[in-house]
Design a protein around this ligand. Structure first.
Ligand SMILES: NC(=O)c1ccc[n+]([C@@H]2O[C@H](COP(=O)([O-])OP(=O)(O)OC[C@H]3O[C@@H](n4cnc5c(N)ncnc54)[C@H](O)[C@@H]3O)[C@@H](O)[C@H]2O)c1
Length: 353
């Protein structure tokens, strides 16, 4: 592995107004004493854009002396703009987190996935080819495992059975990256994130959507009659994993034929402790009451409905994260209760003060 000292480097974070991207920028502000961080996001309205403005304002306020930080409102699918940014900044490390996320939305809005995740990612790869980088790190997803029956999910498992277009685009990203690593010797690492949650997270995800609904007195739907298990990963753990991986790029080597062995890797980042959906909902309830988001006497039983599985959903996600521990010395640590406590406290502060 090639070690990269991030200090003094020029780093691009795409999706920097997004949930994970904004947390990554904040973390880099803390870790680095010098360097340039460029954030990019198209600020689309897939979910409430005011949350993206809020995250960007937190970033602006946190910017430390010694770091040059700039934000660009731009679309990954706009090849000329992406190329000119790479031309201008000559990025050392690129972290591509911008994407159209969400499994269910991909069933009704496939175009957004092709534009952002396929064309957009291709534009990033082309820019990395034309303006060489030390390391390209990009978000993949646990959804590439589809209906994998074998648990835990290992990066050695076959992932040829996506059950949503979202999953298919993420798997395609890994294939594209492999091809560019092989052909152009671009060190790339794909990270399969497992259900990321936390403060200022994504309102389209269950924990956030459940909270909004319960507060309005609406009924929440628990899919597959609660027989789902999710490997939830707190956002700080994901960011810790990304930062460690950014600092260790797959090595450029030549094979016996004199051609590059692709400097390519893929890792899972997940807690390795899947929770049953009903247990997860119970912890969420308790933490929402504890934070004062919902009243002590809230009747949860009256606001829960067990319903069948939805198209695109998978019954289980469960990360085998041993490779990340072996190569980068890190396994996610934050428990679901601790993480949901932070979320509930943030929610109270943000929406109810
Ligand atoms: N949150 C999770 O549980 C999870 C799980 C697995 C994978 N991922 C992946 O991690 C990455 C970050 O996810 P997140 O949860 O922070 O999502 P997010 O939607 O909060 O962040 C993505 C950001 O990318 C921006 N974006 C989308 N399309 C763009 C485009 N064409 N050009 C420029 N910007 C664009 C959006 O405006 C958004 O701010 C995504 O690639 C997602 O697919 C997330």
């Amino acid at each position: 592995m090639n070690k990269i000292d991030l200090n003094g480097k020029t780093i691009l974070v795409t999706g920097s107004a997004g949930f994970i991207g904004s947390n990554l920028v904040l973390r880099l502000f803390k870790d680095l004493s010098a360097g340039t961080i460029i954030g990019l996001d198209n600020l689309n309205d897939y979910y409430d854009p005011s949350l993206k403005d809020y995250r960007l304002s937190v970033i602006e306020k946190a910017k430390p002396a010694g770091i040059e930080y700039k934000f660009f409102k731009a679309d990954l699918a706009d090849k000329a703009t992406i190329d000119s940014l790479f031309e201008q900044y000559h990025f050392d490390v690129v972290v591509n987190l911008a994407a159209q996320a969400g499994v269910r939305y991909s069933i009704t809005n496939p175009d957004a996935y092709i534009m952002s995740n396929m064309i957009g990612f291709y534009n990033i790869l082309e820019a990395c080819r034309n303006h060489p980088v030390e390391h390209l790190v990009y978000a993949s997803s646990s959804s590439v495992y589809g209906g994998n029956k074998k648990v835990p999910f290992s990066t050695d498992d076959r992932v040829d059975n996506p059950v949503s277009l979202y999953a298919a685009t993420k798997k395609s990203n890994e294939l594209f990256a492999h091809c560019y690593s092989k052909l152009y010797d671009i060190p790339s690492t794909g990270l399969r994130f497992f259900t990321v949650y936390g403060p200022a997270g994504r309102p389209d995800m269950a924990y956030f959507g459940f909270t909004n609904k319960l507060l309005k007195g609406e009924t929440i739907q628990i899919f597959n009659y609660g027989n789902c298990r999710r490997d939830f990963t707190y956002v700080d753990d994901i960011v810790e994993g990304i930062v460690r991986v950014m600092q260790g790029a797959p090595e450029r080597k030549k094979g016996e034929d004199g051609l590059p062995i692709p400097p390519y890797a893929v890792y899972n980042i997940g807690g390795g402790q899947p929770e049953n959906l009903l247990d997860f909902v119970n912890i969420l309830q308790e933490e929402l009451v504890r934070a004062g988001v919902l009243p002590q006497d809230f009747d949860f039983e009256a606001h829960k409905k067990l319903v069948p599985m939805q198209p695109g959903d998978v019954p289980t996600t469960y990360a085998d994260a041993t490779a990340l521990e072996r190569d980068y010395g890190f396994t996610p640590k934050i428990t679901l209760r601790e993480g949901l406590r932070h979320f509930a406290e943030w929610y109270k502060d943000y929406y109810q003060k």
